[in-house]
Design a protein around this ligand. Structure first.
Ligand SMILES: O=C(O)[C@H]1O[C@H](OP(=O)(O)OP(=O)(O)OC[C@H]2O[C@@H](n3ccc(=O)[nH]c3=O)[C@H](O)[C@@H]2O)[C@H](O)[C@@H](O)[C@@H]1O
Length: 481
């Protein structure tokens, strides 16, 4: 007993010690190693606390993760990893070939396939029986999860998306060797007018260098494909004559983005002239709709209205209205497909031109400009939430006051006829927006709860095992004595 007392065991440990009565004269208590004893004591008594704190900690990490702003970077190296290296192997080859199987005689390489217009167009092509192969660099200009979700849609439709950059000449040449593309629908680009103020180089990288790399690959392919690619309404720049017609001048761009698209049109012309590539440029007018781009105003207005955050509505000098010829995605996709179907074959082979080749440019707009204020009115009605509007003078950030397409030429030569008005188009967008982000939120909370439960259970299990080990050690000690 004297021995026991001298150990000064804390009173709350009494129940795990043998009773003094039963051991009188016989029991000789051996002090466990101090470190082990300390652990055992803390562990045993703070188990519920430990579980609680670990759960709270886990929850905190998850909340920080969700609330952290998305990381926007357009450094292709960062987002690509080793793309060319990953684009090989028998399984990869099989996926490329099976995606490119065509039932119509058309086989299309769609660049920017995980993008907004790219994903819609690739699915539409595949549905009608064309062979389709996607290519996308999955850069982080906006939410990469959205791009992955679009990629899942493509996969379900039977379209394989190669992860790679249009600047990767080795990869392009490999793809052109593997598949005889009849057409290239080139939609990969650094989009967005205002972002050029922040990251001008990304526009040069994708819209100039990338375009040249792609045209080089097309020029060298045998047979050469016909190229249909996305230019932009922004090439009309500071023009004041409306509606914008393809014959109007395009030499006063208001943004670097517009300048790179205008440069793209000139570069395309030179490849057509020298190498006999059949090339069609499509000037898209503010394309919107389900699976859209989160950097576009209608998209982030919807998000901010729902969050109760103020939205900034630009106005021109003397309170002039800012307006856009918003064009619904399905109409634009129809325009792309008609351009593809009416494209003539390239005339070159092995990089040499054998005759004049087709060169076309079309406006794909809606010919009914809508003010930004009206877009907000419609979103308010659809979301049933009042927007907190902040009307400010349009900053000098590359935006133009208005766009308005003359689509006579596209109508005449492509049969292009937009059918979706802004109310119905935004209604479809809002429906998608609510279901996509609603589902994601629900999925997130279920995952959080499951993860939490798993961590708590594992901690409890670990604690029990330690306790069991401690008891066994103690028992072994007793038996030995
Ligand atoms: O037509 C095109 O070629 C271009 O269309 C859009 O560019 P933009 O029309 O400027 O579309 P948004 O960025 O969504 O802006 C729409 C309107 O909202 C206005 N806006 C934008 C942001 C903001 O905070 N407040 C605001 O009033 C803009 O001035 C513009 O009038 C795309 O973002 C470009 O990639 C595309 O090439």
């Amino acid at each position: 007993m004297t021995q026991l007392k001298s150990l000064s065991i804390p009173s709350h440990m009494d129940h795990i010690l043998p009773s003094s009565n039963s051991t009188t004269g016989k029991f000789k208590f051996e002090k466990p190693p101090p470190l082990f004893a300390a652990h055992r004591l803390r562990f045993y008594y703070s188990l519920p606390k430990l579980t609680l704190w670990s759960s709270l900690f886990l929850l905190l990490i998850l909340v920080c993760f969700v609330l952290s702003p998305p990381f926007y970077s357009n450094n292709p190296r960062r987002s690509l990893g080793n793309a060319t290296a990953s684009c090989s192997g028998a399984a990869w080859d099989r996926r490329v070939h099976s995606s490119a199987v065509s039932f119509t005689g058309r086989t299309v390489l769609v660049t920017g396939a995980a993008g907004f217009v790219g994903s819609h167009a690739a699915v539409a092509l595949k549905r009608r029986g064309d062979g389709v192969l996607g290519l996308d660099n999955f850069n982080r200009y906006y939410d990469i999860e959205l791009k992955r979700s679009r990629e899942n849609l493509l996969t379900r439709a039977g379209v394989f998306t190669v992860h790679g950059d249009i600047n990767d000449a080795v990869l392009l040449s490999k793809l052109f060797d593997m598949v005889h593309f009849t057409h290239v629908l080139h939609l990969a680009a650094q989009a967005g007018v205002r972002y050029a103020m922040k990251n001008p180089n990304s526009y040069i990288h994708s819209n100039i260098a990338g375009l040249v790399a792609l045209l080089e690959a097309c020029k060298s392919a045998d047979p050469q494909p016909a190229v249909i690619w996305a230019s932009s309404s922004s090439v009309y720049g500071l023009n004041s004559k409306v509606p914008f017609s393809e014959r109007d001048r395009t030499d006063s761009p208001a943004s670097l983005y517009a300048a790179t698209k205008k440069a793209g049109e000139e570069i395309a012309h030179s490849y057509n002239h020298i190498h006999g590539l059949s090339i069609t440029g499509l000037r898209f007018f503010t394309v919107y709709g389900p699976w859209g781009r989160p950097d576009m105003a209608y998209f982030f207005f919807a998000r901010d209205i729902l969050k109760g955050k103020a939205i900034t509505i630009y106005e021109g000098p003397d309170h002039r209205t800012v307006a856009r010829d918003f064009t619904y995605i399905d109409d634009v996709v129809k325009g792309c497909l008609s351009a593809l179907d009416t494209a003539k074959k390239s005339t070159g082979s092995g990089g040499k031109k054998r005759g004049e080749a087709q060169f076309r440019i079309y406006n794909l707009g809606n010919k009914l400009p809508v003010s930004v204020g009206e877009i907000v009115n419609i979103l308010e009605r659809l979301l049933k939430v009042k927007a907190k509007r902040k009307v400010v003078q349009m900053p000098r950030n590359g935006d133009v006051l208005f766009t308005h397409a003359n689509i006579t030429l596209a109508h005449k030569e492509l049969g292009y006829k937009p059918t979706v008005d802004i109310e119905s188009g935004l209604e479809k967008f809002v429906k998608w927006f609510l279901s996509y982000y609603g589902v994601k939120k629900r999925r997130f909370w279920i995952l959080t709860l499951v993860a939490n439960a798993i961590v708590s259970c594992s901690l409890q299990l670990a604690a029990c095992s330690l306790q069991l080990a401690a008891c066994s050690l103690q028992l072994a000690g007793r038996v030995a004595r």
